[in-house]
Design a protein around this ligand. Structure first.
Ligand SMILES: Cc1ncc(COP(=O)(O)O)c(C=O)c1O
Length: 368
């Protein structure tokens, strides 16, 4: 604020410093800051080359990647998840690849890193760009390597609820100079440059937000340790309960816990979901049952095609793909998972989380 430079275009240095430091913290060469992660995802899909009628593989738990695909009039094609990790199941990817497929967007759901080695190997064998949606997984790692640095582009969110909350903001990281340059055209490149070389968006971050981000980076590691302790108190609360399993795996996958997730398996043991919900409420426990309650392709924006203003590409006679069919049973694991999802916020004071975890434990003990 003292410098009077509120924009990187006005000579401010903080945006570039934040980009460099954030990329380095994730083992990536280039960082491109933007005003939010939806902007990063949008620009990343553009950079992947996916346009009208092209297909992009997405996971069905979070809707954000699929929406970024639709921003480009491309078609989101859903790959089912692993029921333990809630992340994209690499075994199911190849069956969904067609000649129209341009990219894969992989979300590290709740902060648990997806199986990136297998996903990247399959994608690159088919010449597909991999975009990692790391909105939940800042500083997460898979097999010791940072999320965001496995794929071609990693997309991060600094929305208020995220581990590095700045009110709003986003960051792309990449190892590719070419992709970094392409993304930068949407990240508030000087106006002449961005309008002279194509139709680009203006998703510039502001200098004060970048400056706060730079300062927050210094303490984020410690903060995430706190989130892990909060998550551990929920893990402990359900350790003796035979019908709740914390979201987990695969081997080598770290979790930086944007949220703690558990799966409710009570129905199989005669414990009704509504009884569990009632007991949680009676105990005053903050753990939520269900997350949106529907896979991404059941959201009206996709399922009812609200996202396509003029019918293109889904009703386009030139699009003969089958990727736009979203019948019930498309992703059976995800559909079965949704009513069972349990979520606890981790960004609460540790003593409050410990008390809430105690309430969860009492609720499970009451139901046996
Ligand atoms: C997985 C995921 N991706 C992308 C986003 C979009 O982030 P932003 O609000 O920064 O645009 C969110 C926001 O909640 C998210 O949870």
């Amino acid at each position: 604020m003292d410098s009077g430079q509120l924009s990187c275009l006005g000579g401010g240095e903080f945006t570039a410093r934040f980009e460099d430091a954030f990329a380095a913290a994730h083992g990536a060469q280039y960082g491109v800051a933007m005003n939010c992660a939806m902007s990063v995802l949008h620009a990343s899909v553009i950079a992947s080359g996916a346009g009208a009628g092209d297909e992009v593989l997405c996971d069905p738990v979070c809707v954000f990647g699929a929406m970024a695909v639709m921003y480009n009039n491309a078609v989101p094609v859903f790959v089912d998840v692993n029921p333990d990790t809630w992340n994209m199941n690499p075994d199911l990817i190849e069956a969904k690849i067609t000649e129209r497929t341009k990219a894969i967007i992989v979300t590290h759901v709740c902060g648990l890193a997806a199986e990136m080695d297998r996903i990247v190997e399959i994608a690159h064998r088919h010449d597909l760009i991999v975009i990692e949606d790391c909105a939940h997984a800042i500083l997460g790692t898979y097999k010791g390597r940072s999320v965001g640095s496995w794929g071609d582009i990693g997309s991060f969110s600094f929305q208020a609820s995220k581990q590095l909350g700045l009110g709003d903001g986003g960051m792309a990281v990449t190892q590719s100079e070419e992709l970094a340059k392409e993304l930068a055209l949407h990240a508030g490149a000087p106006t002449f440059q961005s309008v002279a070389f194509g139709l680009h968006f203006n998703y510039r971050i502001t200098e004060p937000i970048a400056a706060i981000g730079l300062a927050q980076l210094e303490v984020i590691g410690e903060y995430i340790e706190g989130l892990k302790r909060v998550a551990a108190s929920y893990d402990e609360a359900v350790a003796d309960c035979g019908w709740i399993t914390p979201q987990s795996g695969p081997e080598g996958s770290d979790n930086t816990y944007h949220l703690w997730g558990g799966t409710f398996h009570g129905e199989a043991m005669g414990i009704k979901r509504e009884d569990f919900a009632r007991v949680l409420e009676e105990e005053g426990c903050g753990v939520g049952l269900g997350y949106t309650n529907m896979p991404a392709y059941r959201h009206p924006v996709i399922g009812e095609r609200m996202g396509y203003g003029r019918g293109c590409p889904l009703d386009c006679p030139l699009y003969d793909g089958t990727g736009n069919q979203y019948p019930d049973g498309l992703c059976p694991e995800a559909e079965a998972l949704f009513p069972k999802i349990m979520l606890a916020y981790t960004f609460v004071p540790e003593d409050a989380a410990a008390a809430d975890a105690e309430r969860l434990k009492r609720a499970t003990e009451r139901l046996g």
